[in-house]
Design a protein around this ligand. Sequence first.
Ligand code: DO4
Ligand code: MG
Length: 282
Amino acid sequence: MQLFRYIDALGNRSWALSNENDILQLVDFDFDSWLAGSIGRVDEAINGLAATAVRKLTTLPAQLLAPIISQEIWAAGVTYERSREARQEEAQDGGDIYARVYRAERPEIFFKAPARYVVGYGDSVGIRKDATWNVPEPELGIVLNPALETVGFVIGNDMSSRDIEGENPLYLPQAKIYSSACAIGPGILLSSSADYPQATIQLEIVRNDVSLFVGETHTNRIRRPLAELMGYLGRSSSFPAGLIFLSGTGIIPPGEFTLIEGDVVTITIEGIGVLTNIVKVV
Ligand code: DO4
Ligand code: MG
């Protein structure tokens, strides 16, 4: 079952639940309250969603929104060998910190975006106007309730300015956190699994109808178990609205590649969906 957020023909924001047979519009659905109410009973909360449906939709509405309300986006870094390697290449000082964090007991975890910086399927994702080297980072997102229990999985794009981070790692917040720096969508695959789904992740970048880059990885290449990341995420922190947690990237385009305005970025995660966004300068 997947949960989508959308704008209907009258401009109203609504939620829909899709399963193999039906697409159901949910009535008066409050995602924040539902997440809070799922603590200790995630399967029951998921199975109870269909009971709040008002009517069947013939198709999923075209205008999808990111399936979040007030959730923050947090992320892990350097969880794949490929990410460690690419960051050491971009770092102006050799990037020993990336080699060390890849091996270290404590993972890299960082704040990625407030909800207002997040775009959904079909919307424009941002590259900074003061950056010269920008890439998408396709990542498996885990949707968590305030008790850090998994309620589902979603596709995420952790947009990144490699020149800014490469100049000095202390610039990471500027390389990562800015308007439209994160895409989440199209919908949430509802699941209470405490492990990553075993799935391929693919990235394609198209410019002027020409495919410029295609890459693929698999969630089995994530170096750290989800429980380990959750153990660190929850230390001395609280997430009253729940959150989306991005598990790191394992696909990075070659060094000479940078996104430009108008590029189309498509991320596919097996069993979860396809997230497409057009790039704009912000
Ligand atoms: O260390 C910087 C960020 C790493 C990251 O975003 C990733 O590995 O996905
Ligand atoms: Mg990332």
